[in-house]
Design a protein around this ligand. Sequence first.
Ligand SMILES: Cc1cc2nc3c(=O)[nH]c(=O)nc-3n(C[C@H](O)[C@H](O)[C@H](O)COP(=O)(O)O)c2cc1C
Length: 187
Amino acid sequence: MPDALQLLKTRRSVKPMELGGPGPSPAELETLLTIGARVPDHGKLAPWRFIVFEGDARLAAGEKIAAIFRADRADATPEQIEFERKRLARAPLVVAVVSRAAPHVKIPEWEQQLSAGAAAMNLVNAAYALGFAASWITEWYSYDRRVLDALGLAPHERIAGFVHIGRPAKPPEERDRPQLADIVTRY
Ligand SMILES: Cc1cc2nc3c(=O)[nH]c(=O)nc-3n(C[C@H](O)[C@H](O)[C@H](O)COP(=O)(O)O)c2cc1C
């Protein structure tokens, strides 16, 4: 288990295709979700929720994604449809972070949405702390209302991300990061 600062300084996303098994155990999953829910949340609204996709449920959800893809693409090849069917089956575990942000008398919706982002990031960091790797992605299906309906989201709910979690096939390469001089000013 890496030291916390070292983890935060070195973490890199790993593509879903490169995330293998075994996935988290039930106890590790509970740890992941508990840490995911431990985020700043103005007004204690819990303006997010999680949907867990593991095992066959990943393909059951993928069938819905593929059906909608096919409905729009009469020319889709069997390979493309199969790719869509396996969208959520690339990694052993996928956790959808669902934003439940809604109008509130005191708490701006923007802040509720930010809290969902914090939940997704906590999930990602917790995955690394447990020795896994992760990828926070959205892709097209996060923005297709028909898919969201099929996955059981209420009309006001949105996807903050599908966090894919598994074992990295190989250590990720570093990527460029913003120069602090470009993003930091002193007031
Ligand atoms: C809300 C959100 C959605 C994202 N969606 C995608 C996506 O659909 N596809 C993708 O390749 N990367 C997506 N990313 C970017 C990756 O999560 C990640 O930031 C990127 O691969 C760089 O990796 P890093 O974590 O090592 O900086 C998304 C990031 C965020 C915050």
